[in-house]
Design a protein around this ligand. Structure first.
Ligand SMILES: [Zn+2]
Length: 251
């Protein structure tokens, strides 16, 4: 297999396998998971098509964001990417009968997001080479995984908590956008201002600290909430205090 293709898709496969195997209580059907994955690839294709159309008609809607790390991160990446991922997740999963447990929202959100990340990663790695592939396997692809865990967590809370549905669905959009936007802002800021301002090392440290924090948030969403009902399970408990599900299913 072409090493560039391998390094592009290996992190995607590992993260998909991880989340699939974590869903111990009731595994999701492969057909629906594949649909979620391919709808994520469609998001990537739509965004590519859009920039192609913008090029042809000569109008760039987000041209104002080009020279600012923070505007570029939010308007050219986080908002369109997370927004479309959430739309496809909603269309495909919200009313599906297979979406019957809290953890399912996280699983399907990760499959959508990894579909997107897979296409994006192949394009970047073939453009930048093997070294780019290694860096992206450790940072960008897990980044898309973690944004999806955050999205899926609130998406499920919204689905199974009718009282606060509107607010929680908004959180399923805003929280991954904030995570993705800040993540990219730090990356772009290193490229755009790092050397000129002499702040490269400060931005590097900030980026690493932010990445560690994102991992902590993501793993907490996966490991400390009941996979069936979403309730927080206190440390040391054998069963979920809410639905009595065995807590060991989280490990
Ligand atoms: Zn429970």
């Amino acid at each position: 297999m072409d090493p560039l293709l391998l390094i592009s898709i290996l992190p995607v496969i590992i993260l998909l396998g991880y989340i699939y195997l974590k869903d111990k209580n009731e595994r999701e059907p492969i057909g629906l998971l594949l649909k979620a994955f391919f709808s994520g690839t469609l998001v990537a294709v739509l965004i590519l098509l859009w920039s192609f159309v913008e090029g042809i008609i000569g109008i760039h809607l987000t041209a104002f964001a080009e020279n600012s790390a923070i505007l570029k991160s939010f308007f050219q990446a986080a908002i369109p990417e997370e927004g479309l991922k959430l739309l496809f997740l909603y269309w495909l999963i919200w009313k599906n009968k297979e979406f019957n447990e809290h953890f399912d929202g996280i699983v399907y959100a990760v499959f959508v997001s990894m579909g997107f990340a897979c296409i994006e990663n192949i394009l970047y790695v073939y453009g930048g080479g093997f070294e780019t592939g290694v860096v992206r396997a450790l940072l960008a692809v897990p980044g898309h995984f973690l944004f999806a865990v955050i999205m899926g967590y609130f998406f499920s809370r919204a689905r199974f908590t009718p009282l606060n549905r509107g607010r929680l669905l908004l959180m399923a959009f805003v929280c991954p956008v904030l995570a993705h936007g800040l993540y990219d802002t730090l990356c772009f800021a290193m490229d755009m201002y790092g050397e000129a301002t002499g702040l490269s090392s400060v931005l590097n440290v900030l980026f690493i600290a932010f990445d560690i924090k994102l991992w902590q948030i993501g793993l907490k969403a996966i490991r400390t909430h009941c996979h069936v009902c979403g309730a927080k399970i206190p440390k040391g408990e054998i069963n979920c205090p809410c639905c009595k599900q065995l807590a060991e299913n989280l490990e």
